[in-house]
Design a protein around this ligand. Structure first.
Ligand code: B12
Ligand code: SF4
Length: 474
């Protein structure tokens, strides 16, 4: 309901600037899900009597949908979701909207990490953190003709200086949030896209906010190290709604880490097992939480695939990363996933400070032993605000991150040149290809090829790319 006495109902247009079809790299690699940030903001604002529309550019090739919404909806406030990968697009949108006279607000992980970039690029203000209440406050002030300066959680420029409003406490009760506003976007476009690719009607869901761990390379600009979760009953209700309204039969749990609280997870699994006919799911988990007995229950409840943050096969590196996991936990989780027939996608990282060639070799050997079905090996990205960035900030190379938002380019002066890391990435790819070919070629041939590749690595590639054998860590 609109509060009585307000001169006009605030009209808010929320924009997701990501354009999958425009970028050949993303088209192949990035999985397409609606932005839950945008949909949760929209649902919350709507529940407070604000008129909301969403422009989701994911399946667009240009800004025509934005132009149409500007002309027909005539918003007083335009809010743009930001990620580093889409920073240029967000600024392009600000420029496009500027002549229209609406208040321009940026939010999301990239704007929260570097508000200056967005404020100087054309936005009136930036939300640094959880956005629901800030959005509603700012929309009401703008509609009432008031200056939003000083709203908690909001940053803006005054006399060319960044002025941050006081911090805003996090929402206490996530159960009180309405379901994401799926009706404001073209859900069928996403579902049909997945159906074409995998045969499943997939979408994403979130059960918690934040992560209490402290991995030294991880950036958490929005929810920090807080951890809040919805009740299992609330999560099940949302899943039921997705199934009944959209025929969803496969879910990606998008929590930073799924199942941090074991008792909570068991209650959710019981609910899923009881009432999930044909529903499958995937999630991102830590190896220390993937206990074999729990995995069996997760499998029974529909678990099909797990993203596992393995990162390194060297205990010394895991400790340097402040990862808080043990190699034995990786081994136990990987074996249990294999036994249960759950697909595993490993995240691996090269080039973290202190890493030697021996550490990289240990990672490759671990990868060989367990041959995960899927994996990615990235070159460590020092993200501002992290302990890793702090450690190497005097050695940054000031280059643009790779086309996929990092992971393919060396961004600081590490122990070895970029070519060495690229070569090591190629070794993982070669290894995975050899493993796949075991079904077609004899084991003897594959072993022989593996041996030749290892000899080439030791005798040709390493001396050539490093000028030394197993150089010292930096
Ligand atoms: C799920 C997820 C994905 C999914 C789905 C993405 C999608 N469509 O949303 C997939 C797997 C596809 C994915 C891909 C990628 N992701 Co991702 N992803 C996440 C994850 C784990 C959850 C996102 C989410 O739903 N959050 C929950 C919602 C509620 O939070 P939120 O979006 O931040 O929104 C809140 C506030 O930020 C704020 N807010 C946000 N926007 C706005 C706008 C306005 C106007 C206002 C007022 C407020 C506001 O209010 C919201 C509600 O409180 C986050 C980590 C995280 N915890 O956020 C990483 C994260 C967003 N991803 C990240 C990255 C790097 C990527 C990739 C580039 C990875 C890659 N190399 O391919 C791609 C990029 C894809 C793309 N479309 O741009 C980074 C982004 C860092 C950055 N600075 O940009 C994050 C933060 C992870 C990290 N710590 O590094 N990702
Ligand atoms: S990497 Fe994962 S577990 Fe580590 S702090 Fe970040 S979100 Fe948490």
């Amino acid at each position: 309901m609109i509060d009585s006495g307000r001169p006009s109902a605030p009209r808010v247009l929320l924009v997701d600037p990501y354009r999958a079809l425009d970028d050949p790299m993303d088209r192949k690699e990035v999985e397409r899900y609606p932005s839950l940030g945008i949909l949760q903001l929209a649902a919350f604002a709507r529940s407070k009597g604000i008129d909301v529309e969403v422009v989701d550019l994911t399946f667009s090739r240009n800004l025509a949908a934005l132009d149409r919404a500007l002309a027909s909806f005539r918003p007083g406030l335009i809010g743009v979701h930001t990620k580093t990968l889409t920073a240029a697009r967000s600024l392009e949108i600000a420029q496009r909207c500027r002549p229209f006279g609406a208040y321009l607000l940026a939010g999301g992980p990239d704007a929260a990490s570097r508000p200056d970039h967005y404020l100087r690029g054309g936005f009136d203000a930036v939300v640094q953190g959880e956005g629901e209440e800030v959005l509603v406050d700012v929309a009401r002030r703008v509609a009432d003709g008031l200056d939003p300066a000083g709203v908690p959680g909001l940053s803006l420029l005054r006399d060319n200086r960044l002025v941050r409003g006081p911090p805003r406490p996090f929402l206490r009760d996530l159960d009180a949030l309405p379901f994401p506003a799926w009706d404001l976007i073209d859900m069928e476009a996403y579902l049909a896209d997945w159906e074409r690719r995998t045969g499943e009607r997939r979408t994403a869901i979130l059960t918690s906010r934040g992560c209490p761990f402290h991995c030294s390379w991880c950036s958490k600009p929005t929810f920090g190290t807080t951890f809040r979760q919805q009740s299992p009953g609330r999560v099940l209700a949302e899943i039921r709604d997705l199934r009944d309204r959209y025929g969803v039969n496969y879910l990606r749990f998008c929590d930073d880490v799924f199942g941090i609280d074991r008792r909570w997870l068991e209650r959710l699994l019981d609910g899923l097992t009881r009432e999930r006919p044909g529903l499958q799911f995937e999630c991102l988990a830590r190896v220390d939480l993937l206990k074999p007995d729990l995995l069996a229950r997760m499998r029974k409840a529909g678990l099909a695939r797990v993203y596992v943050g393995v990162e390194s096969g060297s205990q010394r590196m895991l400790d340097l990363m402040n990862r808080g996991t043990r190699l034995t936990q990786i081994e136990s989780a990987a074996s249990a996933l294999r036994r249960e027939g759950v697909r595993q996608y490993w995240f691996l990282m090269l080039g973290y400070p202190g890493e030697t060639l021996e550490d990289i070799e240990a990672t490759l050997q671990l990868f060989r032993r367990f041959s995960p079905e899927e994996y990615s090996v990235s070159i460590a990205v020092p993200v501002p605000g992290t302990a890793f960035h702090e450690r190497v900030k005097d050695r940054l190379l000031h280059r643009r991150p790779g086309a996929r938002g990092g992971g393919t380019t060396l961004l600081y002066e590490a122990a070895y040149p970029e070519y060495l890391y690229r070569w090591e990435q190629a070794r993982f790819r070669l290894d995975a290809a050899l493993r796949r070919s075991r079904t077609k070629l004899s084991h003897r041939v594959v072993d022989r090829l593996e041996h030749v590749a290892d000899r080439f690595h030791e005798e040709v590639a390493t001396p050539l790319l490093t000028g030394r054998r197993g150089g010292p860590p930096d």
